[in-house]
Write a protein that binds this ligand. Sequence first.
Ligand SMILES: [Zn+2]
Ligand SMILES: [Zn+2]
Length: 511
Amino acid sequence: MENELVKVGIFWAIPDKISGQLLLEFNKRYLATDGDSNGFINYPYSHFEVWNNEVKGLGDDCYKYPRGRVIYDLSTRKHRIFADKCVAQSTIDDVVECFEIGEYDLLYDEHYVCNKCQRSEERLARERSEIGELKYEILRGKDTIGGNLIEISYGDTRLLVDFGRALDGGDKLSELERKVIATEYDAVILTHYHTDHAGLIRYKNDCKFYMGKGTRNILSAESDYNGEQMPSSVATFINGKPFKVGNILITPYLCDHSAFDSYMLLFEAGGKSLLYTGDFRFHGRKSSDALLKQLPKNVDTLIYEGTNVGRDVETISERELEDKLVEVMRKNKKPVFVLQSGTNIDRLVSVYRASKRAGRKLYEDNYTALVANAAGGSIPRPDVFDDVFAFTPRRLCGKRYDMFAEIENRIGTNQICESDNPFTMIVRPSMLEYIEKLDKKICLLGSTLVYSMWNGYKHDVNTSRFLEGIRDMSIEIVDLHTSGHATKNDIEKLKSAVCAKEEVCVHTKPI
Ligand SMILES: [Zn+2]
Ligand SMILES: [Zn+2]
Protein backbone atom coordinates (compact mmCIF):
# COMPACT_ATOMS: atom_id res chain seq x y z
CA MET A 1 0.00 0.00 0.00
CA GLU A 2 2.72 2.50 1.02
CA ASN A 3 4.48 2.19 -2.30
CA GLU A 4 1.39 2.23 -4.46
CA LEU A 5 1.42 5.03 -7.05
CA VAL A 6 -1.76 6.85 -8.00
CA LYS A 7 -2.35 9.34 -10.77
CA VAL A 8 -4.59 12.38 -10.20
CA GLY A 9 -5.21 15.45 -12.33
CA ILE A 10 -7.58 17.57 -14.37
CA PHE A 11 -8.94 17.30 -17.89
CA TRP A 12 -10.98 19.02 -20.57
CA ALA A 13 -13.20 17.32 -23.11
CA ILE A 14 -12.65 19.22 -26.36
CA PRO A 15 -15.40 18.74 -28.99
CA ASP A 16 -14.07 16.93 -32.04
CA LYS A 17 -15.88 16.22 -35.27
CA ILE A 18 -14.51 12.71 -35.64
CA SER A 19 -14.17 11.29 -32.13
CA GLY A 20 -16.90 13.36 -30.46
CA GLN A 21 -14.69 14.57 -27.60
CA LEU A 22 -10.91 14.69 -27.38
CA LEU A 23 -9.31 14.38 -24.01
CA LEU A 24 -6.90 17.11 -22.91
CA GLU A 25 -5.38 16.04 -19.62
CA PHE A 26 -2.81 17.16 -17.03
CA ASN A 27 -1.77 14.89 -14.23
CA LYS A 28 0.73 13.99 -11.58
CA ARG A 29 1.69 10.72 -9.94
CA TYR A 30 1.80 10.44 -6.14
CA LEU A 31 2.57 7.82 -3.56
CA ALA A 32 -0.62 6.59 -1.93
CA THR A 33 0.64 7.87 1.42
CA ASP A 34 0.66 11.49 0.25
CA GLY A 35 -2.98 12.25 1.11
CA ASP A 36 -4.17 15.55 2.57
CA SER A 37 -5.76 15.91 6.01
CA ASN A 38 -9.14 14.84 4.55
CA GLY A 39 -7.72 11.59 3.24
CA PHE A 40 -7.65 12.62 -0.44
CA ILE A 41 -4.86 12.92 -2.94
CA ASN A 42 -5.55 15.90 -5.18
CA TYR A 43 -3.86 17.64 -8.08
CA PRO A 44 -2.51 20.95 -6.79
CA TYR A 45 -3.52 23.21 -9.75
CA SER A 46 -6.80 24.71 -10.83
CA HIS A 47 -8.20 24.59 -14.38
CA PHE A 48 -7.72 28.35 -14.56
CA GLU A 49 -3.98 28.17 -13.68
CA VAL A 50 -3.21 25.30 -16.03
CA TRP A 51 -5.13 26.84 -18.92
CA ASN A 52 -3.35 30.17 -18.59
CA ASN A 53 0.08 28.62 -18.15
CA GLU A 54 -0.06 25.61 -20.43
CA VAL A 55 -2.94 25.64 -22.88
CA LYS A 56 -3.23 29.25 -24.10
CA GLY A 57 -2.82 28.08 -27.72
CA LEU A 58 -6.45 26.97 -27.87
CA GLY A 59 -7.59 30.55 -27.31
CA ASP A 60 -10.84 31.23 -25.43
CA ASP A 61 -10.84 30.53 -21.70
CA CYS A 62 -10.70 27.58 -19.38
CA TYR A 63 -14.49 27.57 -18.87
CA LYS A 64 -15.41 27.08 -22.51
CA TYR A 65 -15.20 23.28 -22.62
CA PRO A 66 -16.68 20.61 -20.37
CA ARG A 67 -14.08 19.53 -17.87
CA GLY A 68 -13.38 17.50 -14.76
CA ARG A 69 -10.98 16.45 -12.04
CA VAL A 70 -9.66 13.09 -10.87
CA ILE A 71 -8.76 12.61 -7.20
CA TYR A 72 -7.97 9.57 -5.05
CA ASP A 73 -9.86 8.66 -1.89
CA LEU A 74 -7.57 6.93 0.60
CA SER A 75 -10.43 5.64 2.78
CA THR A 76 -12.15 3.72 -0.02
CA ARG A 77 -8.93 3.27 -2.06
CA LYS A 78 -10.85 4.30 -5.13
CA HIS A 79 -10.55 7.16 -7.59
CA ARG A 80 -13.25 9.77 -7.81
CA ILE A 81 -13.95 11.40 -11.14
CA PHE A 82 -15.77 14.72 -11.00
CA ALA A 83 -17.09 15.82 -14.36
CA ASP A 84 -19.53 18.10 -16.11
CA LYS A 85 -22.81 16.44 -17.17
CA CYS A 86 -21.95 16.74 -20.86
CA VAL A 87 -18.68 14.79 -20.68
CA ALA A 88 -19.49 11.73 -22.79
CA GLN A 89 -19.13 8.21 -21.36
CA SER A 90 -16.54 7.42 -24.07
CA THR A 91 -14.45 10.35 -22.76
CA ILE A 92 -14.81 9.06 -19.20
CA ASP A 93 -13.52 5.70 -20.52
CA ASP A 94 -10.51 7.57 -21.95
CA VAL A 95 -10.00 9.27 -18.56
CA VAL A 96 -10.02 5.86 -16.86
CA GLU A 97 -7.40 4.58 -19.25
CA CYS A 98 -5.21 7.68 -19.19
CA PHE A 99 -5.23 8.05 -15.38
CA GLU A 100 -4.74 4.27 -14.95
CA ILE A 101 -7.86 4.04 -12.82
CA GLY A 102 -9.15 0.75 -11.40
CA GLU A 103 -12.31 1.16 -9.36
CA TYR A 104 -13.89 4.61 -9.34
CA ASP A 105 -16.93 6.70 -8.41
CA LEU A 106 -18.26 9.07 -11.04
CA LEU A 107 -19.82 12.29 -9.75
CA TYR A 108 -21.36 14.92 -11.95
CA ASP A 109 -20.44 18.31 -10.58
CA GLU A 110 -21.87 21.67 -11.65
CA HIS A 111 -18.56 23.27 -10.69
CA TYR A 112 -17.09 21.98 -13.97
CA VAL A 113 -19.97 23.08 -16.21
CA CYS A 114 -18.96 24.35 -19.65
CA ASN A 115 -20.03 27.73 -20.98
CA LYS A 116 -22.53 26.17 -23.36
CA CYS A 117 -24.40 24.23 -20.66
CA GLN A 118 -24.14 27.17 -18.29
CA ARG A 119 -25.81 29.41 -20.84
CA SER A 120 -28.59 26.96 -21.54
CA GLU A 121 -29.18 26.44 -17.81
CA GLU A 122 -29.29 30.17 -17.29
CA ARG A 123 -31.73 30.51 -20.17
CA LEU A 124 -33.95 27.80 -18.64
CA ALA A 125 -33.81 29.50 -15.24
CA ARG A 126 -34.64 32.85 -16.88
CA GLU A 127 -37.57 31.29 -18.74
CA ARG A 128 -38.76 29.70 -15.51
CA SER A 129 -38.59 32.94 -13.60
CA GLU A 130 -40.49 34.70 -16.38
CA ILE A 131 -43.27 32.10 -16.55
CA GLY A 132 -42.84 31.04 -12.92
CA GLU A 133 -42.63 27.51 -11.57
CA LEU A 134 -45.40 25.04 -10.86
CA LYS A 135 -46.63 26.41 -7.55
CA TYR A 136 -49.17 25.33 -4.98
CA GLU A 137 -50.82 26.96 -2.03
CA ILE A 138 -52.92 25.12 0.50
CA LEU A 139 -55.61 27.68 1.24
CA ARG A 140 -57.39 25.36 3.67
CA GLY A 141 -57.11 21.76 4.83
CA LYS A 142 -53.55 21.71 6.19
CA ASP A 143 -54.30 21.43 9.90
CA THR A 144 -57.88 20.35 9.68
CA ILE A 145 -59.83 17.37 8.38
CA GLY A 146 -61.90 18.46 5.46
CA GLY A 147 -62.71 21.69 3.66
CA ASN A 148 -59.87 21.20 1.21
CA LEU A 149 -59.02 24.20 -0.98
CA ILE A 150 -55.72 23.98 -2.89
CA GLU A 151 -54.48 26.40 -5.52
CA ILE A 152 -52.09 25.15 -8.20
CA SER A 153 -50.61 27.55 -10.74
CA TYR A 154 -48.05 27.77 -13.51
CA GLY A 155 -47.50 30.94 -15.54
CA ASP A 156 -50.91 32.43 -16.08
CA THR A 157 -52.78 29.14 -15.52
CA ARG A 158 -54.48 28.97 -12.14
CA LEU A 159 -56.41 25.96 -10.86
CA LEU A 160 -58.47 25.32 -7.77
CA VAL A 161 -58.17 21.73 -6.64
CA ASP A 162 -61.02 20.50 -4.46
CA PHE A 163 -63.71 22.91 -3.43
CA GLY A 164 -64.71 21.62 -0.03
CA ARG A 165 -66.83 22.93 2.78
CA ALA A 166 -65.47 22.80 6.31
CA LEU A 167 -67.06 19.82 8.11
CA ASP A 168 -68.08 22.07 11.02
CA GLY A 169 -68.65 25.13 8.85
CA GLY A 170 -72.39 25.66 9.33
CA ASP A 171 -74.48 27.40 6.68
CA LYS A 172 -72.71 30.75 6.47
CA LEU A 173 -69.82 31.14 4.04
CA SER A 174 -66.52 32.12 5.64
CA GLU A 175 -64.44 35.03 4.39
CA LEU A 176 -61.95 32.64 2.76
CA GLU A 177 -64.77 30.77 1.02
CA ARG A 178 -66.22 34.01 -0.33
CA LYS A 179 -62.77 35.05 -1.57
CA VAL A 180 -62.19 31.73 -3.36
CA ILE A 181 -65.67 31.88 -4.93
CA ALA A 182 -64.88 35.36 -6.29
CA THR A 183 -61.39 34.41 -7.60
CA GLU A 184 -61.00 33.75 -11.33
CA TYR A 185 -59.67 30.26 -11.99
CA ASP A 186 -59.07 28.49 -15.27
CA ALA A 187 -60.77 25.42 -13.81
CA VAL A 188 -61.87 23.70 -10.63
CA ILE A 189 -60.73 20.07 -10.39
CA LEU A 190 -62.37 17.65 -7.94
CA THR A 191 -60.88 14.46 -6.51
CA HIS A 192 -64.27 13.11 -5.30
CA TYR A 193 -67.79 14.10 -4.30
CA HIS A 194 -67.55 14.25 -0.49
CA THR A 195 -68.80 17.54 0.93
CA ASP A 196 -65.42 18.35 2.44
CA HIS A 197 -63.97 18.27 -1.12
CA ALA A 198 -66.89 19.38 -3.29
CA GLY A 199 -69.40 21.05 -0.95
CA LEU A 200 -69.04 24.55 -2.44
CA ILE A 201 -69.65 23.77 -6.12
CA ARG A 202 -73.11 25.33 -6.19
CA TYR A 203 -71.62 28.75 -5.40
CA LYS A 204 -69.38 29.02 -8.45
CA ASN A 205 -70.31 29.05 -12.11
CA ASP A 206 -67.64 31.18 -13.80
CA CYS A 207 -65.26 28.44 -14.89
CA LYS A 208 -65.12 24.84 -16.05
CA PHE A 209 -65.26 21.96 -13.54
CA TYR A 210 -63.39 18.69 -14.08
CA MET A 211 -64.29 15.48 -12.21
CA GLY A 212 -64.75 11.73 -12.68
CA LYS A 213 -67.93 10.53 -14.36
CA GLY A 214 -69.25 8.80 -11.21
CA THR A 215 -68.55 11.96 -9.20
CA ARG A 216 -70.51 14.01 -11.72
CA ASN A 217 -73.48 11.61 -11.64
CA ILE A 218 -73.65 11.52 -7.87
CA LEU A 219 -73.19 15.28 -7.42
CA SER A 220 -75.87 15.92 -9.97
CA ALA A 221 -78.28 13.46 -8.26
CA GLU A 222 -77.56 15.20 -4.93
CA SER A 223 -78.11 18.63 -6.49
CA ASP A 224 -81.44 17.48 -7.98
CA TYR A 225 -82.50 16.04 -4.62
CA ASN A 226 -81.63 19.26 -2.78
CA GLY A 227 -83.08 21.52 -5.49
CA GLU A 228 -79.66 23.03 -6.22
CA GLN A 229 -77.84 23.85 -9.46
CA MET A 230 -74.81 21.99 -10.79
CA PRO A 231 -72.17 24.24 -12.44
CA SER A 232 -73.13 24.70 -16.08
CA SER A 233 -69.77 23.62 -17.51
CA VAL A 234 -68.67 20.18 -16.32
CA ALA A 235 -66.12 17.97 -18.09
CA THR A 236 -65.34 14.42 -16.99
CA PHE A 237 -61.90 12.83 -16.97
CA ILE A 238 -60.84 9.20 -17.39
CA ASN A 239 -58.56 7.12 -15.16
CA GLY A 240 -54.94 7.32 -16.40
CA LYS A 241 -55.72 9.65 -19.31
CA PRO A 242 -53.89 13.01 -19.12
CA PHE A 243 -55.68 16.24 -20.03
CA LYS A 244 -54.49 19.82 -20.22
CA VAL A 245 -55.85 22.98 -18.64
CA GLY A 246 -53.85 26.00 -19.88
CA ASN A 247 -50.18 25.13 -19.36
CA ILE A 248 -50.75 22.36 -16.82
CA LEU A 249 -51.02 18.68 -17.67
CA ILE A 250 -53.25 16.68 -15.29
CA THR A 251 -53.40 12.88 -14.97
CA PRO A 252 -56.08 11.24 -12.77
CA TYR A 253 -55.48 7.87 -11.02
CA LEU A 254 -58.54 6.02 -9.70
CA CYS A 255 -58.10 5.09 -6.03
CA ASP A 256 -60.13 3.45 -3.25
CA HIS A 257 -61.92 5.62 -0.69
CA SER A 258 -65.27 5.66 1.08
CA ALA A 259 -66.49 7.76 -1.85
CA PHE A 260 -67.06 5.91 -5.08
CA ASP A 261 -65.00 7.26 -8.04
CA SER A 262 -62.15 8.97 -6.12
CA TYR A 263 -58.92 10.01 -7.83
CA MET A 264 -55.36 10.98 -7.05
CA LEU A 265 -54.26 13.80 -9.37
CA LEU A 266 -50.85 14.42 -10.93
CA PHE A 267 -50.05 17.99 -12.07
CA GLU A 268 -47.10 18.62 -14.41
CA ALA A 269 -45.66 21.82 -15.86
CA GLY A 270 -42.23 23.37 -16.55
CA GLY A 271 -40.41 20.15 -15.70
CA LYS A 272 -41.99 19.93 -12.22
CA SER A 273 -44.59 17.50 -10.94
CA LEU A 274 -47.01 17.44 -8.01
CA LEU A 275 -49.12 14.48 -6.92
CA TYR A 276 -52.16 15.15 -4.74
CA THR A 277 -53.77 12.06 -3.23
CA GLY A 278 -57.19 13.48 -2.32
CA ASP A 279 -58.63 10.92 0.15
CA PHE A 280 -57.60 7.27 -0.24
CA ARG A 281 -57.18 3.91 1.49
CA PHE A 282 -55.60 0.59 0.62
CA HIS A 283 -57.99 -1.71 2.54
CA GLY A 284 -60.99 -1.30 0.23
CA ARG A 285 -62.06 -3.53 -2.66
CA LYS A 286 -59.75 -1.94 -5.27
CA SER A 287 -56.20 -3.29 -5.63
CA SER A 288 -53.58 -1.00 -4.10
CA ASP A 289 -50.71 -2.88 -5.80
CA ALA A 290 -52.02 -1.97 -9.24
CA LEU A 291 -52.35 1.69 -8.23
CA LEU A 292 -48.86 1.82 -6.67
CA LYS A 293 -47.40 0.45 -9.89
CA GLN A 294 -49.30 2.95 -11.98
CA LEU A 295 -48.35 6.05 -9.94
CA PRO A 296 -45.46 8.27 -11.13
CA LYS A 297 -42.08 7.93 -9.40
CA ASN A 298 -39.76 10.71 -8.19
CA VAL A 299 -42.33 13.49 -8.18
CA ASP A 300 -41.21 16.87 -6.89
CA THR A 301 -44.07 17.33 -4.45
CA LEU A 302 -46.46 14.87 -2.82
CA ILE A 303 -49.50 16.30 -1.05
CA TYR A 304 -51.06 13.41 0.86
CA GLU A 305 -54.06 12.99 3.12
CA GLY A 306 -53.14 12.29 6.72
CA THR A 307 -56.50 11.71 8.45
CA ASN A 308 -55.01 8.76 10.36
CA VAL A 309 -51.44 10.08 10.75
CA GLY A 310 -50.33 9.62 14.34
CA ARG A 311 -53.39 7.49 15.13
CA ASP A 312 -53.44 3.76 15.59
CA VAL A 313 -56.58 3.01 13.67
CA GLU A 314 -57.75 -0.56 13.53
CA THR A 315 -58.97 -1.26 10.06
CA ILE A 316 -60.57 -4.31 8.57
CA SER A 317 -61.10 -4.77 4.87
CA GLU A 318 -64.54 -4.28 3.28
CA ARG A 319 -64.60 -8.06 2.67
CA GLU A 320 -63.97 -8.81 6.36
CA LEU A 321 -66.65 -6.29 7.23
CA GLU A 322 -69.04 -8.09 4.88
CA ASP A 323 -68.40 -11.39 6.74
CA LYS A 324 -69.13 -9.74 10.08
CA LEU A 325 -72.36 -8.29 8.67
CA VAL A 326 -73.40 -11.78 7.55
CA GLU A 327 -72.94 -13.03 11.13
CA VAL A 328 -75.22 -10.27 12.44
CA MET A 329 -77.81 -10.88 9.72
CA ARG A 330 -77.91 -14.64 10.29
CA LYS A 331 -78.49 -14.30 14.03
CA ASN A 332 -82.28 -14.18 13.59
CA LYS A 333 -84.89 -13.17 11.04
CA LYS A 334 -85.71 -9.84 12.67
CA PRO A 335 -84.97 -6.63 10.71
CA VAL A 336 -81.40 -5.37 10.55
CA PHE A 337 -81.08 -1.60 10.17
CA VAL A 338 -77.82 -0.13 8.87
CA LEU A 339 -76.91 3.47 9.70
CA GLN A 340 -74.38 4.44 7.03
CA SER A 341 -73.60 7.33 4.74
CA GLY A 342 -75.90 7.18 1.71
CA THR A 343 -72.98 8.05 -0.55
CA ASN A 344 -70.64 5.38 0.81
CA ILE A 345 -71.16 3.11 -2.16
CA ASP A 346 -68.52 0.55 -1.14
CA ARG A 347 -70.33 0.05 2.15
CA LEU A 348 -73.63 -0.26 0.33
CA VAL A 349 -72.07 -3.04 -1.76
CA SER A 350 -70.85 -4.80 1.42
CA VAL A 351 -74.31 -4.50 3.02
CA TYR A 352 -76.01 -5.81 -0.13
CA ARG A 353 -73.64 -8.77 -0.51
CA ALA A 354 -74.06 -9.68 3.17
CA SER A 355 -77.86 -9.42 2.87
CA LYS A 356 -77.86 -11.68 -0.14
CA ARG A 357 -75.71 -14.25 1.66
CA ALA A 358 -78.05 -14.11 4.66
CA GLY A 359 -81.17 -14.46 2.45
CA ARG A 360 -82.44 -10.92 3.10
CA LYS A 361 -83.91 -8.32 0.79
CA LEU A 362 -82.33 -4.87 0.87
CA TYR A 363 -84.50 -1.78 1.37
CA GLU A 364 -82.88 1.55 0.52
CA ASP A 365 -84.40 4.86 1.60
CA ASN A 366 -85.31 7.14 -1.32
CA TYR A 367 -82.10 9.23 -1.04
CA THR A 368 -79.74 6.23 -0.91
CA ALA A 369 -81.68 4.62 -3.78
CA LEU A 370 -81.24 7.76 -5.86
CA VAL A 371 -77.49 7.83 -5.21
CA ALA A 372 -77.17 4.10 -6.01
CA ASN A 373 -79.05 4.57 -9.27
CA ALA A 374 -76.79 7.52 -10.16
CA ALA A 375 -73.68 5.44 -9.43
CA GLY A 376 -75.02 2.89 -11.93
CA GLY A 377 -73.08 -0.18 -13.07
CA SER A 378 -73.07 -3.13 -10.70
CA ILE A 379 -73.98 -1.04 -7.65
CA PRO A 380 -77.03 -2.51 -5.82
CA ARG A 381 -79.79 -0.29 -7.13
CA PRO A 382 -83.53 -0.68 -7.13
CA ASP A 383 -83.92 0.07 -10.82
CA VAL A 384 -82.03 -3.07 -11.87
CA PHE A 385 -81.63 -5.52 -8.94
CA ASP A 386 -84.74 -7.57 -8.16
CA ASP A 387 -83.81 -8.00 -4.48
CA VAL A 388 -83.26 -4.28 -3.83
CA PHE A 389 -86.23 -1.97 -3.15
CA ALA A 390 -86.62 1.74 -2.49
CA PHE A 391 -88.90 2.96 0.27
CA THR A 392 -89.72 6.37 1.57
CA PRO A 393 -89.83 7.10 5.31
CA ARG A 394 -92.25 10.01 4.85
CA ARG A 395 -94.71 11.39 2.35
CA LEU A 396 -92.86 13.04 -0.52
CA CYS A 397 -94.00 15.87 -2.70
CA GLY A 398 -92.73 17.88 -5.67
CA LYS A 399 -89.51 16.87 -7.36
CA ARG A 400 -88.51 14.39 -4.67
CA TYR A 401 -91.75 12.50 -5.26
CA ASP A 402 -91.17 12.52 -9.04
CA MET A 403 -87.66 11.15 -8.56
CA PHE A 404 -88.94 8.40 -6.26
CA ALA A 405 -91.79 7.54 -8.63
CA GLU A 406 -89.30 6.93 -11.43
CA ILE A 407 -87.60 4.11 -9.49
CA GLU A 408 -88.56 0.65 -10.75
CA ASN A 409 -88.65 -1.41 -7.49
CA ARG A 410 -90.53 0.48 -4.77
CA ILE A 411 -92.02 -0.89 -1.59
CA GLY A 412 -94.55 0.72 0.77
CA THR A 413 -94.64 0.52 4.56
CA ASN A 414 -97.64 -1.87 4.58
CA GLN A 415 -95.88 -4.27 2.23
CA ILE A 416 -92.77 -4.11 4.41
CA CYS A 417 -94.81 -4.95 7.52
CA GLU A 418 -96.92 -7.68 5.92
CA SER A 419 -94.12 -9.53 4.17
CA ASP A 420 -92.51 -12.58 5.80
CA ASN A 421 -89.21 -11.87 4.06
CA PRO A 422 -86.38 -10.93 6.39
CA PHE A 423 -84.88 -7.62 5.37
CA THR A 424 -81.99 -5.21 5.81
CA MET A 425 -82.88 -1.53 5.77
CA ILE A 426 -80.56 1.42 5.15
CA VAL A 427 -81.52 4.20 7.55
CA ARG A 428 -80.52 7.75 8.38
CA PRO A 429 -80.76 9.73 11.66
CA SER A 430 -83.81 11.61 10.35
CA MET A 431 -85.77 8.31 10.25
CA LEU A 432 -86.32 7.72 13.97
CA GLU A 433 -90.07 8.39 13.78
CA TYR A 434 -90.42 5.99 10.87
CA ILE A 435 -88.65 3.21 12.77
CA GLU A 436 -90.93 3.90 15.78
CA LYS A 437 -93.89 3.51 13.42
CA LEU A 438 -92.54 0.13 12.26
CA ASP A 439 -91.99 -0.90 15.89
CA LYS A 440 -95.67 -0.34 16.63
CA LYS A 441 -96.69 -2.52 13.69
CA ILE A 442 -94.17 -5.38 13.78
CA CYS A 443 -92.40 -5.13 17.17
CA LEU A 444 -88.71 -4.65 16.64
CA LEU A 445 -87.58 -6.37 19.84
CA GLY A 446 -84.60 -8.57 18.87
CA SER A 447 -83.75 -6.40 15.84
CA THR A 448 -80.28 -4.94 15.33
CA LEU A 449 -79.00 -1.56 14.25
CA VAL A 450 -75.54 -1.67 12.68
CA TYR A 451 -73.75 1.60 13.26
CA SER A 452 -71.48 1.83 10.21
CA MET A 453 -70.02 5.32 10.28
CA TRP A 454 -67.13 7.16 11.89
CA ASN A 455 -67.46 7.01 15.68
CA GLY A 456 -67.10 10.79 15.97
CA TYR A 457 -70.53 11.31 14.39
CA LYS A 458 -72.11 9.79 17.51
CA HIS A 459 -71.61 13.19 19.17
CA ASP A 460 -73.65 14.90 16.48
CA VAL A 461 -76.98 16.10 18.02
CA ASN A 462 -79.24 14.35 15.50
CA THR A 463 -77.26 11.10 15.54
CA SER A 464 -77.11 10.88 19.34
CA ARG A 465 -80.88 11.57 19.56
CA PHE A 466 -81.47 8.83 16.97
CA LEU A 467 -79.30 6.28 18.79
CA GLU A 468 -81.04 7.07 22.07
CA GLY A 469 -84.43 6.41 20.43
CA ILE A 470 -83.15 3.11 19.01
CA ARG A 471 -81.98 2.02 22.48
CA ASP A 472 -85.41 2.95 23.89
CA MET A 473 -86.98 0.42 21.50
CA SER A 474 -84.57 -2.26 22.85
CA ILE A 475 -82.92 -2.60 19.44
CA GLU A 476 -79.37 -3.85 19.84
CA ILE A 477 -76.70 -1.50 18.46
CA VAL A 478 -73.64 -3.13 16.88
CA ASP A 479 -70.64 -1.09 15.70
CA LEU A 480 -69.26 -2.32 12.37
CA HIS A 481 -67.18 0.13 10.45
CA THR A 482 -63.84 0.50 8.73
CA SER A 483 -62.10 3.76 7.92
CA GLY A 484 -62.34 5.30 4.47
CA HIS A 485 -58.85 6.71 4.95
CA ALA A 486 -55.30 5.42 4.68
CA THR A 487 -53.59 3.94 7.74
CA LYS A 488 -50.10 5.06 8.82
CA ASN A 489 -48.62 2.02 7.05
CA ASP A 490 -50.51 2.71 3.84
CA ILE A 491 -49.17 6.27 3.82
CA GLU A 492 -45.61 4.96 4.24
CA LYS A 493 -46.21 2.51 1.37
CA LEU A 494 -47.39 5.34 -0.84
CA LYS A 495 -44.43 7.54 0.10
CA SER A 496 -41.88 4.87 -0.72
CA ALA A 497 -43.58 4.12 -4.05
CA VAL A 498 -43.66 7.76 -5.11
CA CYS A 499 -40.25 8.94 -3.71
CA ALA A 500 -41.14 12.62 -3.61
CA LYS A 501 -38.57 15.33 -2.99
CA GLU A 502 -41.07 17.24 -0.84
CA GLU A 503 -43.90 15.70 1.20
CA VAL A 504 -46.80 17.76 2.50
CA CYS A 505 -49.53 16.39 4.75
CA VAL A 506 -53.08 17.78 4.51
CA HIS A 507 -56.51 16.67 5.77
CA THR A 508 -55.13 16.01 9.23
CA LYS A 509 -55.52 17.22 12.77
CA PRO A 510 -52.66 17.75 15.20
CA ILE A 511 -53.08 15.27 18.06
ZN1 LIG B 1 -61.98 14.32 2.93
ZN1 LIG C 1 -63.51 11.83 1.26
